[in-house]
Unconditional design. Structure first.
Ligand SMILES: NC(=O)c1ccc[n+]([C@@H]2O[C@H](COP(=O)([O-])OP(=O)(O)OC[C@H]3O[C@@H](n4cnc5c(N)ncnc54)[C@H](OP(=O)(O)O)[C@@H]3O)[C@@H](O)[C@H]2O)c1
Length: 208
């Protein structure tokens, strides 16, 4: 699959691009194509492009932008029309030493879907700390995918499964994206308050 990582020059984008590049053709998208090429140079098989070219060239796009920058999607609607878009964006703010979810209602993924009306938008990778993605072997983590149809979930799940040890779980329609995104500040606060290393999501059942 050809996967564009919009914001692939960043911490999270770079880490997910490296993992995805093991089984996919990766295009690093940056506002600055030179920065994209530089970042792609460090990832085997990857290439760099500006956001529009990366979006136009891919089968699937991963958005790894800060929440404050998701307006960049506005110009990409045509290039991403008919495509799957995975959002790892989490709106965060600091308050009294705690991290808080920054939106009163809705979610970043739903905002992205409004900016990209022709795309199938899904959450993915929101609850994976970058430190865990940088490990050579990623721990067993559940990736919560909220998206409007089962078909879009299956498409997103196929991308998630290209990274060993990651288990996709269907979290329901995109209206559930806020519940998924809200877990990120909880995980970050838990790690800080309990002085653990980075924490992520792994659900247990009666079967273990
Ligand atoms: N860090 C984590 O552990 C983690 C875990 C899960 C989810 N997330 C979420 O993933 C997203 C990316 O996080 P990150 O820590 O990787 O972000 P980051 O490194 O600060 O930024 C990612 C990239 O966004 C691009 N960008 C576009 N417009 C921007 C603007 N106005 N200001 C700053 N950067 C801009 C930049 O690429 P160009 O300038 O090259 O275009 C930058 O390299 C966030 O929404 C975050 O909440 C992060």
């Amino acid at each position: 699959m050809k996967v564009a990582v919009i914001g692939g020059t960043g911490k999270m984008g770079g880490a997910i691009a490296r993992k995805l590049s093991e089984k996919n053709e990766v295009i690093i998208g940056s506002r600055d194509p030179e920065r994209a090429k530089l970042a792609a140079g460090g990832i085997p098989g990857a290439r760099g492009a500006d956001y529009a070219a990366a979006a136009g060239d891919c089968d699937v796009a991963v958005f790894a932008l800060p929440y404050s920058a998701i307006g960049a999607a506005e110009g990409l609607g045509g290039a991403l029309s008919g495509k799957l878009v995975l959002s790892m964006v989490v709106p965060l703010r600091r308050e009294g030493g705690m991290l808080r979810y920054a939106l009163e209602r809705g979610s970043a993924a739903e905002e992205l879907a409004r900016l990209l009306p022709g795309s199938r938008v899904a959450t993915a990778f929101n609850n994976v700390p970058v430190a865990m993605l940088l490990e050579e072997e990623v721990a067993a983590i559940d990736i919560l995918v909220a998206t409007d149809t089962r078909e879009a979930y299956e498409e997103a799940a196929a991308v998630v499964r290209t990274i060993p040890n990651l288990r996709p779980l269907y979290a329901g329609p995109l209206s559930e994206a806020g519940a998924v995104e809200r877990m990120t500040p909880l995980l970050l606060n838990l790690a800080k308050l309990n002085e653990t290393k980075s924490l992520s999501t792994r659900f247990v059942s009666e079967e273990g």
